[in-house]
Design a protein around this ligand. Structure first.
Ligand code: NAD
Ligand code: UDP
Length: 352
């Protein structure tokens, strides 16, 4: 199994993390089929493929197969598995806006939980036994202790989005208990930010960004007047929230390492692995780093705390280091420089 070329199904591969991961998988020699229903991705008007994947093909000089498919439709998934043979599935497709998940919980449970069960069912029908899951630090809920370690308690989540990530992890644990040939790596991402160093692919949020870095990026190109900082009375060194920001390319490479690990190891059941740098930065520190990288002033105003926010979160990343041989190579300055490059080149994202 170690030397054959793996054909990988990437769900949600037209999204922010998916597109960067597809690029790294192609560079590492994997063959890739992407499925995505493009609900949060931009379709090129002159092609059947999403724009980000056309750019990925250009950057890598390799081909990606793209299929427009909704994971909530199990028969469409069956068609995909009938036309292609896969060794592994990397599952990104999901809805991801925390606020929206409180307004539309059923949509979130349908796509994130039922959609995932559909994929697992079709994998079982086709005897595909390797699964890499996009989980999140949010599964730890309100941290009892920092840094966050994989064997800490999970599940005290404050919103439906977080609960879907926790529920899927529980489903995956049960599935692994029922089938000792099944291998799952659940990658618990901390805060992915930044863009590919080419400045040609990056994060392209719809409407007002929910997350800090894309919001700052839009302020830096004049699309928004100022950043609103959600609270400066947290129990952190400067009172603003602290997070473990991780460069998107480091995160993408984490998936390649996880796949390579699955390819070379015997079935190992369910394994959760944090992908973070292990270091937390405050909102004010991120603003300062971005100002340095861009030469732009980021005006801000302190406002009320955002409901559901925690004061601080950062990873213990030693399991990824020991088990996957993975470590981050890019720091906060790189994250800001690459975000700025992408935003400056593409002030309107892929719609340029
Ligand atoms: P994204 O929205 O950019 O990508 C998700 C992709 O899934 C999009 O291209 C979207 O069109 C597609 N999709 C959504 N519903 C679908 C459906 N029913 N069928 C087929 N495709 C569908 O999000 P992202 O930031 O790239 O996140 C990828 C994964 O990582 C998600 O599972 C998310 O929950 C998880 N995650 C993201 C973050 C983050 O900060 N970005 C942090 C932790 C975990
Ligand atoms: N944040 C902020 N203003 C914004 C967006 C985020 O002050 O417009 C803060 C937020 O309160 C948190 C940090 O930035 O302390 C990271 O927030 P983000 O939404 O990016 O990630 P998450 O909270 O999901 O970890």
């Amino acid at each position: 199994m170690g030397s054959e070329v793996w054909n990988v199904l990437v769900t949600g591969g037209a999204g922010y993390i998916g597109s960067h991961t597809v690029l790294e998988l192609l560079e590492a020699g994997f063959q890739v089929v992407v499925i995505d229903n493009l609900i949060n991705a931009y379709k090129d008007l002159n092609s059947e493929k999403p724009k980000c994947l056309l750019i990925v093909e250009k950057l890598t000089n390799k081909n990606v197969t793209f299929i427009d498919c909704d994971i909530t439709n199990i028969n469409d998934l069956r068609d995909v598995f009938q036309k292609h043979t896969f060794s592994c599935v990397i599952h990104f497709a999901a809805l991801k806006a925390v606020g929206e998940s409180c307004q539309k919980p059923l949509e979130y449970y349908k796509v994130n939980v039922a959609g995932t069960v559909n994929i697992l069912e079709v994998m079982r029908e086709n005897n595909v036994k390797h699964f890499i899951y996009s989980s999140s630090a949010t599964v730890y809920g309100i941290p009892e202790q920092l840094p966050l370690v994989e064997d800490m308690k999970t599940g005290n989540c404050t919103n439906p989005y977080g609960k879907t990530k926790f529920m899927v992890e529980e489903i995956l644990k049960d599935l692994c208990k029922s089938d000792d040939e099944f291998s799952v790596i659940s990658l618990r991402y901390f805060n992915p930010v930044g863009a590919h160093s080419s400045g040609q692919i990056g994060e392209d949020p719809n409407g007002i960004p929910n997350n800090l870095m894309p919001y700052i990026a839009q302020v830096s190109v004049g699309k928004r007047d100022m950043l609103y900082i959600y609270g400066n009375d947290y129990d952190t060194p400067d009172g603003t929230g602290v997070r473990d920001y991780i460069h998107i390319v480091d995160l993408a490479i984490g998936h390649v390492k996880a796949m390579t690990y699955q390819k070379t190891c015997n079935p190992m059941g369910f394994k959760a692995i944090n992908l973070g740098t292990g270091k937390g930065y405050s909102v004010l520190e991120v603003i300062r780093a971005y100002e340095k990288a861009s030469g732009k002033k980021i005006p801000y105003k302190i406002v009320e705390r955002r409901p559901g926010d925690i004061s601080a979160s950062y990873a213990d990343a030693s399991v990824a280091n020991k088990e996957l041989g993975w470590t981050t190579t890019k720091n906060l300055d790189d994250m800001c420089a690459d975000t700025w490059k992408w935003q400056q080149n593409n002030p309107n994202g892929y719609k340029n």
